[in-house]
Design a binder for this molecule. Structure first.
Ligand SMILES: NC(=O)c1ccc[n+]([C@@H]2O[C@H](COP(=O)([O-])OP(=O)(O)OC[C@H]3O[C@@H](n4cnc5c(N)ncnc54)[C@H](OP(=O)(O)O)[C@@H]3O)[C@@H](O)[C@H]2O)c1
Length: 247
């Protein structure tokens, strides 16, 4: 955006995580007019660092993404700052892997709630606000697991595949209102590999990837930034897989 562009608000969920932090940072660095609201749950260290680095532009907001009440409160907080909510990045998410035969009901429902119901709540909150301004950009962070369903991730793959379906349908509902809705499906992200992976497993996964490396968080953040920009105005309902050529 140019330096004369109007101020707009960006909301990134799960902003204290590896990818969320990179996404919040890219808006702070590249769009100096923007106010960046960083959704946090328990962790705050990375978010606090950005608030110190960008005083008056970076804000922490308490946002448990499965709570409709939290979404409503966060929207009120954003609107009180005076710059309309223009960009929502639904980034918060987690996995809790198990073979389906032994998966507990709680493992199923919590992963669906945290990765899919949360995106429904976020999109509904954002779309209602964005419709008033007839402009909006929603970027949903899904996963390559949505497209190729690895063993041990029936819950996560189903949730993330649901995010892709939601993205396509919602894009059609909002296209005429100037609101685009897109998704990114990353494979493994450097610095955010599954906890407990042995060095051998990491090596094997790298070797399996045609680029022989994992995505850097900044590479994914750059695509989010592009999808939120004026340059991406004709892209909606799309899923961009970012997997170094894996699938
Ligand atoms: N890492 C990968 O290789 C990979 C690959 C494909 C897709 N993804 C997706 O990319 C996104 C970001 O993941 P990441 O790798 O950056 O993971 P991460 O470092 O673990 O960060 C995830 C963030 O989401 C937050 N979060 C999780 N559940 C939440 C909830 N119910 N309410 C509010 N916040 C919640 C966490 O908050 P707390 O600080 O409270 O824990 C954390 O800040 C996720 O959607 C993930 O599924 C990741």
């Amino acid at each position: 955006m140019s330096s004369t562009a109007a101020a707009r608000s960006i909301l990134v969920t799960g902003a204290n995580g590896v990818l969320g932090h990179a996404i919040a940072r890219i808006f702070l660095e590249r769009e100096p007019e923007s106010l960046v609201f960083m959704g946090t749950r328990s962790g705050r260290d990375r978010v606090e660092a950005l608030i110190s680095e960008y005083p008056g532009r970076a804000f922490a907001v308490a946002l448990e993404v499965t709570s409709a009440e939290d979404w409503s409160q966060v929207l009120t907080q954003i609107e009180q700052h005076g710059a309309p909510l223009a960009v929502l990045v639904n980034n918060a998410g987690f996995h809790d892997d198990a073979l389906l035969a032994t998966m507990s009901a709680d493992q199923w429902t919590s992963v669906i709630a945290g990765n899919l119901n949360s995106v429904f709540l976020g999109c509904q909150t954002a779309v209602n606000a964005m419709m008033r301004h007839r402009f909006g950009r929603i970027v949903n962070i899904a996963s390559l697991s949505a497209l190729h369903g690895p063993a041990g991730q029936t819950n996560y793959a189903a949730a993330k595949a649901g995010v892709l379906g939601l993205t396509q349908s919602l894009a059609k509902e909002t296209a005429r209102m100037g609101i685009t809705v897109n998704a990114i499906a990353p494979a493994h992200i450097e610095g955010a590999l599954p906890a407990g992976w042995a060095e051998e497993q990491i090596k094997a996964a790298r070797l399996q990837t045609p680029m022989r490396r994992f995505a850097r968080p900044e590479e994914i953040a750059a695509v989010v930034f592009f999808l939120a920009s004026a340059d991406a105005s004709y892209i909606t309902g799309a899923t961009l897989k970012m997997d170094g050529g894996l699938v």
